[in-house]
Design a protein around this ligand. Structure first.
Ligand code: SF4
Length: 223
């Protein structure tokens, strides 16, 4: 039997933003950097240093790898706060039981965006599975404004996370490219030139076929 493919957890936020965007990124290996994505990456890299900080009964783990066998996802938590709690769980390098509290860093100012909550929820679900514990809440930390937004990880958010993880795997295994649905999100999307969301489906398919043919010719020429 083939090994299951664990997909990057962070791509849940892509599919939550737009299924077609996830399809383009996953199956067509397309990535166009916009000023937004570049800024986000630069700010993200600043906090991406794997380390552990211990201060009394509180431990902070940065860049902690997480995974879930049930969601078949793999990723990293920007930061996990682990506070001493008699009813908590045991994690490596900490010699007392702790309650876990994941924190996802985002660039810009506070925004209550669904895709961020989904990503955070998936991280918490991974940690729950890894350490047999319960994580009722976490937070988004907005780097530019230094503000924290508490997120309750309720059953409806968890169900949405499971459904999006399934959808992401389906796009991957069946090599699907969902149709474009033009919305306000398209204006901020770094893939809009390639996606052509306003172009009719038949015309778009024709352009995609031309593009694939052209890239095939380029590859052949470089052999
Ligand atoms: S341009 Fe719009 S439809 Fe196309 S991938 Fe981006 S958000 Fe999705």
């Amino acid at each position: 039997m083939d090994e299951p493919e664990y997909l990057p957890l962070s791509w849940l936020s892509q599919i939550s933003y737009c299924p077609r965007r996830a399809g383009l990124l996953l199956n067509e290996r397309v990535w166009e950097e916009s000023s937004d994505t570049a800024k986000g990456r630069a700010e993200h890299e600043r906090v991406h240093t794997q380390r552990i900080e211990k201060r009394g009964d509180c431990v902070k783990l940065y860049e902690f790898t997480v995974y879930s066998d049930s969601l078949e996802l793999l990723g990293k938590c920007d930061c996990i706060e682990a506070n001493k709690s008699e009813n908590g769980c045991h994690i490596p390098t900490v010699d007392f039981p702790v309650q876990l509290y994941p924190i996802e860093y985002k660039h810009g100012v506070v925004r209550d965006e669904e895709e961020y909550k989904i990503q955070l929820c998936a991280q918490a679900m991974c940690l729950e599975e890894m350490f047999d514990t319960e994580i009722p809440e976490g937070a988004l930390f907005f780097i530019s404004s230094h503000r924290r937004l508490e997120i309750v990880l309720d059953e409806s958010l968890r169900q949405q996370t499971r459904e999006l993880a399934n959808e992401l795997h389906e796009i991957r295994t069946k090599l699907l490219l969902p149709d474009a649905v033009y919305s306000a999100k398209c204006r901020k999307c770094s893939l809009k030139e390639l996606c052509m969301p306003k172009v009719k489906r038949t015309a778009r398919k024709y352009c995609e076929a031309l593009r694939n043919e052209a890239s095939g010719e380029i590859e052949e020429e470089t052999l």
